[in-house]
Design a binder for this molecule. Sequence first.
Ligand code: ADP
Ligand code: MG
Length: 362
Amino acid sequence: MIEVRGLVKRFEGRAVSRNAVDGIDLDVPEGKLVTLLGPSGCGKTTTLRLIAGLERPDAGRISIGGKLVCAPGEGVYVGVHHRPIGVVFQSYAVWPHMTAIENVMFPLRSGQKRLPRAEARRRAMEALDMVGLADLADRPAPALSGGQQQRISLARALTREPEVLLLDEPLSNLDAGLRDRVRDEIRGVQQRLGITTVFVTHDQDEALAVSDEVIVMDRGRIVERGAAQEIYAWPREEFTARFMGISNSLPGTVLSRDANTVEIDLVQGRLSCLPTGKLSEGSSVNVFLRPESLVLSRKDPSGRGWKGTVEFSIYHGDCWDYHVRVGDTLLRSRMYREKIGLAHGDPVYVVPEEATAIAIPV
Ligand code: ADP
Ligand code: MG
């Protein structure tokens, strides 16, 4: 539904000479939600604005629904109002002097469309119904919560009956409690309508929750892409592993490998890992382990534990994070269920869960 090839965007006069978008290829299949995930400044918004037609690229091609909308090399450029898109930004632009439904109707009554009042009202009501706000149609906008106002923006984008929805950090300005609800609401509407969507966020959890596919970006480029479960459980790139919060990283060397596992020699001992990419015997790797994959124990019946000392612990409500020193390395272990009751200075064994360790070439 969306096809982007070789997209490049440069901003003049920046201190950094890098391209803001530096050769992006992406495909968003019909009816799917694809997330652009990456740290602040990596080029997510610029990519979205280029797809929307709010920004002109220096190079590349963009097609939406099989129609070429942008190709600077061929002199093709379709403006934002002529692209079959709906856009929602982080700052929900809701007009305070209007009611909910007037906010949604306004674009339908102005510009080139100029629908008759009754028709505009009917379409706006439909859109409000889609985002679950039909009951509040006549409420003044300032009397709506942040989450409801963001859903008004979504309804407004939907009245255009777009083929494609573009959402730029639509949850960032909402309170933590509301964020999950609006997130679920957006995913619900997207799946019900089967509308092709590009969702931009810097938040890993948010990306995992809503996406059919996650595209990880860094410095204007795509690092890797995959189903949410793949990106979470089996990142192939070090950047992804770190960005997805796999906080334990241990340098090692490949001892041997077969199709399913790779044996790694670490300072702490031997470990079987999931292989990624080209790993040949003797090559250097970093082994990534999630805190929940490091189990703490006072004894070591399996003989696989690494002997360490507790530095400190952090309580999170549903779990504890223990920071444990093993040799020169500080490891983080997350324990759910029982409190093991360890304090600073206590000796402990760290037992890695093997099937969950990931070896990534250095
Ligand atoms: P993200 O949305 O991932 O945080 P952006 O796409 O907003 O990143 O920005 C990518 C890079 O381009 C950043 O370095 C940013 O400073 C730069 N940039 C974005 N918009 C402009 C602009 N209008 N003028 C100059 N530089 C810009
Ligand atoms: Mg942005």
